[in-house]
Design a protein around this ligand. Structure first.
Ligand SMILES: Cc1ncc(COP(=O)(O)O)c(C=O)c1O
Length: 477
């Protein structure tokens, strides 16, 4: 299939908008190279039109009306549920898709579902806070390690599965900090061998690679529309038996069969856990986004993004002042044959193994704070990337090799910040720069970023930046 990536790019109006970028002696209007897809993806015009069409043609509340608008809304909303099930390769006989508000909400639902089960939760040190903090509320949680290359330490996972009575292994399919893929198939086998269930936080994987959760025996899977070109809506894929046995996650309208003064009879899933009016239009557009991506082909998307990633990393590596955080895969992982990943033919670049990577990279520029770098990239290079700790403090602590003393210092800084003392540069905390690719990115976007990174590495930026409220900002004269 010959895919016209240029025409796909043209579907994104946001990429044509001009913003002031400093260069050639003054600010001029320039389009922005958007490389922050791991945070949220922009929405293509045809999906924006679909969104409007819903409101123009039939938008109404679902499940509760006998009029045309409600009937159509319900049909489309339920269709979206089926599309999501199909998109991730779910087992519809045994599992259900529950719509949620964002990935965090979906993961909180998962934590709720297993809270009364016997045993502990094992989460990896790689996790986004959204796949760690929800379990802490009502469960005992232990962490399993990542190795020096930022990969899951599968031996440590097995050791802890043996040591504890584990009910759930909660782990990211793809790290939102390094883009490293975990061997989901291997972890599912390990979890099941020791009687545990496995949950995959698929926030980063969903829009960028083929998925087949049934094939790999994944019990729970969470993903969100705002990371796959759709509006903010999310879902949890979960075993029906567990869903129907747990208390309603969000008790309220739409969750019951009947209510009497002395008795409440709850519906089965999915309604049981979707109290109140859901994000109807969001879910319908999520379904449309999935149909679109499927038509392009997830293998094609992965190949396209990884080719660009190879170029991005290759260019970053040419800048001596750039330190890239680990994107090297552990050889044991490389040899495993049970991955959820459909391997690409990109092969290995130097010490990189792209088979176990997604188009996302974390790096720093020598002696330049990430907050300053990201501001210069925005105002003087027209490149939009992210900086900070990416909601993964435990992983960042490992990657940045922070010791106890560093942590104590950061804790003091944060305590000061909480008291409103933020004016000095001493308050700056460590982190990384993160560039993440999407379906519409091209070499020109990467070139823009690389020009900016070189300019910063050579200390050739032109404007002044001031440190204010925890971040660098452009000084307006
Ligand atoms: C791996 C991972 N999990 C969870 C989340 C939280 O997603 P949301 O903002 O949809 O709650 C993110 C967001 O970046 C993420 O990258």
């Amino acid at each position: 299939m010959n895919i016209n990536w240029n025409s796909i790019r043209k579907e994104f109006p946001l990429l044509k908008e001009k913003y002031p970028v400093f260069g050639r002696g003054d600010f001029h209007g320039e389009s922005i190279a958007y490389l922050d897809n791991a945070a949220s993806t922009p929405m293509p015009l045809f999906l924006q039109k679909k969104f409007c069409e819903i409101f123009n043609k039939y938008y109404s509340n679902v499940h509760r009306g006998a009029h045309y608008f409600s009937i159509i809304s319900t049909v489309k909303y339920e269709e979206a549920r089926k599309i999501a099930m199909d998109f991730i390769g779910g087992d519809k006989k045994t599992h259900e898709i529950i719509f949620a508000y964002n990935t965090t909400d979906a993961l909180n639902l998962a934590a709720h579902l297993i809270k009364n089960k016997k045993g502990i939760v094992l989460a990896s040190e790689m996790e986004h806070h959204s796949n760690y903090l929800p379990y802490l509320r009502d469960n005992v949680v232990e962490l399993f390690c990542v190795d020096e290359f930022g990969n899951i330490d599968y031996a440590d996972l097995e050791k802890k599965l043996k040591k504890y009575d584990v009910k759930l292994v909660a782990v990211s399919g793809v790290s939102n900090v390094t883009g490293i893929l975990s061997d989901i198939g291997l972890m599912a086998k390990l979890a099941h061998k020791y009687g545990a269930k496995i949950l995959i936080d698929g926030a980063q994987a969903l829009a960028h690679m083929p998925l087949d959760v049934k094939k790999y025996g994944i019990d729970f899977f969470a993903g969100a529309g705002h990371k796959m070109y759709a509006p903010g809506v999310a879902f949890l894929y979960a075993p029906r038996a567990i869903l129907d046995e747990a208390e309603s996650y969000r008790p309220g309208g739409g969750t019951i069969n009947y209510v009497l003064p002395d008795e409440v009879n709850y519906s089965l899933s999915p309604e049981r856990h979707e109290g109140g009016t859901p994000n109807i239009a969001g879910a319908i557009v999520l379904g449309e986004a999935m149909k679109w991506l499927k038509k392009i082909g997830m293998k094609n998307i992965r190949k396209h993004e990884m080719e660009l990633f190879e170029y991005l990393v290759g260019e970053l590596k040419k800048i001596p002042q750039v330190k890239i955080y680990p994107i090297r895969s552990n050889p044991a992982v490389r040899d495993a044959d049970m991955s959820l990943v459909n391997r690409t033919s990109n092969g290995v670049y130097g010490d990189l193994n792209f088979e176990w990577h997604l188009g996302l990279v974390s790096f720093n520029i020598e002696n330049i704070h990430h907050s300053l770098a990201v501001a210069i990239l925005n105002y003087e290079a027209g490149a939009a990337i992210r900086n900070g700790c990416h909601c993964a403090h435990i992983y960042l602590k490992q990657l940045l090799k922070l010791n106890k003393k560093d942590i104590e210092k950061i804790k003091k800084i944060l305590a000061k910040k909480q008291k409103g003392i933020t004016e000095t540069e001493n308050l700056i905390i460590p982190g990384t720069l993160r560039a993440s690719l999407g379906i519409f990115n091209n070499k020109k976007d990467v070139d823009k970023l690389i020009r900016g990174v070189k300019m910063i590495a050579e200390k050739k930026w032109k404007r002044d930046y001031i440190y204010e409220n925890g971040a660098y900002k452009l000084r307006i004269k």
